[in-house]
Design a protein around this ligand. Structure first.
Ligand code: AMP
Length: 299
């Protein structure tokens, strides 16, 4: 199968109880594609400025990430600043600077247009819709978002939602989008608008995957040291969709396994700042943590 991921490539300024990092490479597309690269060869769509480090693009390529859809434009790369306190589930966005994303209207390369799985990672929902319209007959379309877009473009978001099969959102976002205080009610409202599955990420409490007649709860790995929670959600989606792309199946059994792989990849992402941990991560470590998860939830 083949997986196309559209999302942000960013400079992130991050502050957590573990320290502060200025303008390190992040972005929804970065985390998601790196996580997916442990299972498949994702194709990415995004834009960066001339200030984006070429060695990071080379690193993507060394991980079998197809960068044909990545544009390098004059100007500055998207910049986001977020702060976390001692509760890693609570973050505050300090700054969002669109920069080269402002006028980004990509034309998908020919080899991307026949993708089987499309992931519309966190990015402007109008862009998500535009890009989706360029893929001919995807078997699976998933999307994610962030509260910035829920606050600024709710109508566009609901329009894209009607066209997707899986909606990934964290608990706070799905409640904000639907204006429901109860998670199940919020999920049902989203299901009523189109998606067959809602994957609600609950940070250190794991994730809940549910559809009309399907529910699967997944623990997050209990972790003492959450160094940087940024990208956990995108890494979850990358592990989840990368695994589905690899096995070429959408059976319920594989959806459950995909959620476990999502949690495994997220659990690695938060162990260090930025995508640092993905530089050294091996398939052996992923396999060992998958088996550990299995023990954790068996009874
Ligand atoms: P996550 O922690 O998985 O929800 O995603 C964090 C990533 O989202 C960071 O690396 C940011 O660069 C990126 N991000 C933050 N705000 C936005 C936005 N408004 N649009 C696109 N990407 C964003």
């Amino acid at each position: 199968m083949s997986l196309v991921i559209v999302g942000s490539l960013a400079f992130d300024t991050i502050q957590t109880p573990w320290g502060r990092r200025e303008k390190i490479v992040g972005g929804s597309c970065t985390y998601c594609s790196l996580a997916a690269s442990f299972f498949t060869a994702p194709k990415i769509v995004g834009v960066v400025g001339k200030d984006f480090p070429p060695d990071v693009i080379e690193f993507f390529q060394s991980k079998n990430i197809d960068t044909e859809g990545l544009e390098i434009k004059p100007g500055k790369t998207f910049h986001w600043e977020g702060h976390y306190g001692h509760d890693p589930n609570q973050r505050e966005t300090i700054k969002t600077e669109m920069n080269v994303f402002e006028n980004f209207r990509p034309e998908l390369p020919a080899s991307y247009r026949t993708a089987d799985i499309v992931f519309l990672a966190n990015i402007d929902p109008d862009l998500q819709e535009d890009i989706l319209s360029q893929v001919s007959h995807p078997a699976l379309v998933a999307m994610d978002t962030i509260n910035y877009w829920i606050a600024n473009k709710p109508d566009s978001l609901w329009r894209v939602l009607r066209k997707v099969n899986i909606f990934f959102a964290n608990e706070e976002e799905i409640k904000m989008l639907t204006q429901e205080a109860n998670l199940i009610k919020a999920g049902k409202r989203v299901l009523a608008s189109g998606p067959k599955l809602v994957v609600t990420k609950k940070g250190e409490h794991g994730a809940l995957v549910f559809g009309k007649n399907f529910v699967f709860g997944m623990l997050a790995l209990p972790c003492e040291d959450v160094v940087d929670p940024t990208g956990a959600g995108d890494s979850f989606a990358g592990g989840f969709l990368g695994y589905l792309d690899k096995v070429g199946s959408l059976s319920r059994k594989d959806i459950r396994k995909a959620a476990v792989y999502g949690s495994v990849l997220a659990s690695f992402a938060i162990e260090d700042f930025g995508f640092e941990r993905f530089k050294t991560l091996t398939n052996q470590e992923i396999g060992a943590r998958f088996r550990h998860f299995k023990k954790l939830v068996a009874f």
